[in-house]
Every structure is written in C-alpha cells, then in structure tokens.
Design a protein around this ligand. Sequence first.
Ligand code: HPA
Length: 242
Amino acid sequence: MSLIAIVGGTGLTELEGLELTESRSVETPYGAPSAPLEFGRFGQKEVVFLARHGKGHTVPPHQVNYRANIHALKQVGVKDIIAVNAVGGINAAMGAESLVIPDQIIDYTWGREFTFADRGNVLHVDFSYPYSEALRKGLLAAAATLGINVHDGGVYGATQGPRLETAAEVDRLERDGCDIVGMTGMPEASLAREAELDYACLSLVVNMAAGRSDGIITMEDIERAIHNGMGNVRAILAQWLS
Ligand code: HPA
C-alpha cells in the first residue's frame, strides 16, 4: 500500500487518531523539513504527518522550507499528499468555517525557493490542473459520506504574507478569479508536481478576506473559526483514510 502524507497547517499541528509508530528527523539536499516526520497508522492506512509550520507553529508561511518538506516526503516513499490550509474567503459563498477543495491556483508568492529544477536540470512540468483529481474526488466522497458540506472546486490565490492583504489586493484577487486566499498553497503544490507526487488541498476558511466583512480581521475571529471548523477537517481525513 502506498504511503500517504498529511501536511497540516495552522490549526492542525498534529493528527489526532494517528497511532504513532515513529517520529523521524529527516535531512534532505535542501535542508531539514519543518518538523520531524511522524509515521503511524490511521485506520487501515500507513500515514506520515508533517506540521508545515513546525510542531510549535514557529515557521511563518514565507519561511517554510517547502522544498525540504516535499523532498523529505518523497524520500520516505510518499505517493499522495493531502495538504490542509487555513484560508481567507473571497467568494461570498465561502464564509468562515466553510470547507473548500480547490481545483485551481494562482500564484502571487515571490522570493521563495520554489523549484527543484535549479541544479542544472531543466524541467517544465505540466501544471494545467495543479491538484490530483483522484485525491480531490476521494476527499469529496468522504465529506459526502459524512454529510459535511464542502465546496467542490475554487481558485486558491497564494499570497506572500505574512501580513494579510489590503482590501484592494483582495479586489484584484477577485477580479483574477480567486475564490479563496492563503499563504501556503504555493510553492508546495508545484514542488509536489515536480516530485511526481499526487497532491490535493483541503482548505478551511477561517476569515472573510480583507474588505469582505465589517471591520478588520482579528486573530480571535480566526481562532474561533479554526476551533469550530477543524473538527470537520479531521473527520473528513479520518473518513478518507478509513
Ligand atoms: N489571507 C491570506 N491568508 C490567509 C487568510 C487571508 O485572509 N486567512 C488565513 N490565511
């Protein structure tokens, strides 16, 4: 059976229900990943969990070593990755606590180490459809089984952070066609593609994006949405892995 990885983001720094068998510190040609890889069984499946921002949530989005994270997962034999991301909602239908399984990405990040193709190897991977349709369908089916409402598709706008956007920036993202906005979707997804790993994203909306609600975005609001919404994320992952 192939090895599955869950990359947990803000609000998901550990995978409840994972029968941990080993916590392994891995080195890669790109340095160390954000945290030791946690191996275990979840239901019927062999799973590796990686905390994208480190175990103590100390690594901000623009400083995540995405190359080391993806390379480490590849090194240990992972084939499929489910990435969990906290995002802001741009599309009015995607309010706080909504779940979205996006099908497209627009990349606005800059200055990140974003490719494995910079060591004399020229590589132009196809990225027309950035997410694995099989993994997306699997997550959608798991959500449907549980009766949890999930948006099937949407455009993930990946911004640089760590600050949140201005209202005008969110207007631009909306004009571009973005439905949700987050800081960690890229280059994680394209590195997975370069590494020939199947990858899909399960996004939890934790706030309406800048200028899309009355007032400003507070950490209290974000934390409340994480608290209320991560249970559904965990349930979908558990169902999908069962
Ligand atoms: N913008 C960017 N990233 C985010 C947001 C947001 O509003 N909320 C959570 N991650």
